[in-house]
Design a protein. Structure first.
Length: 169
């Protein structure tokens, strides 16, 4: 499948190559060609949306992994602190060391959460960009098709008007 922006470029080139109607700035286009491009765009848009959903899913997985890792680090730190406290002759050292380990674990957990949040924000920003680009692309395509049909209807109306004018003579 082609990316949506390539399809839009093809439509633009097609419109630029199309012949203009005599004494008019309107062009003649093949309806089937335009409908094929519209269908191609429709088929491609869901892939971009699925890609965005995968990005959100990855974000959730990364945050969960970071939270699990932080929990494991805290458990290890608490376990090590308890072992040190149980040893009677180095009680004060164990207490101090345990606190350091707990603080370090909390700091590491905070750092992991902050990094996960930053990463998630980056992913969400990229997702937002992809979705905005897809929306803009779709809107442009919609306007092009609408303009094309308007031009065709105007040309048909003019032709019909000219035909009726010839019958009156």
């Amino acid at each position: 499948m082609k990316p949506v922006d390539e399809i839009l470029d093809e439509i633009e080139e097609y419109l630029d190559r199309s012949r203009t109607l005599p004494f008019s700035s309107k062009i003649s286009v093949n309806k089937e060609d335009l409908l094929n491009w519209v269908n191609e765009i429709r088929l491609n848009l869901p892939n971009e949306i699925l890609q965005a959903k995968r990005i959100v899913s990855d974000h959730d997985r990364i945050i969960k992994t970071a939270q699990n890792k932080a929990g494991e680090i805290e458990k290890i730190a608490h376990s090590q602190a308890e072992k040190l406290l149980m040893e009677h002759e180095i009680y004060r050292q164990a207490q101090s060391k345990g606190s350091e380990i707990v603080e370090e674990a909390k700091k590491m957990a905070r750092d992991i959460r902050i990094n996960a949040r930053v990463y998630a924000e980056e992913i969400m920003s990229k997702l937002e960009t992809v979705l905005k680009e897809a929306m803009i692309s779709y809107q442009k395509q919609d306007r092009l098709v609408e303009d094309c049909f308007s031009q065709l209807i105007s040309a048909l109306y003019e032709s019909k008007k000219n035909l009726n004018g010839e019958d009156a003579n």
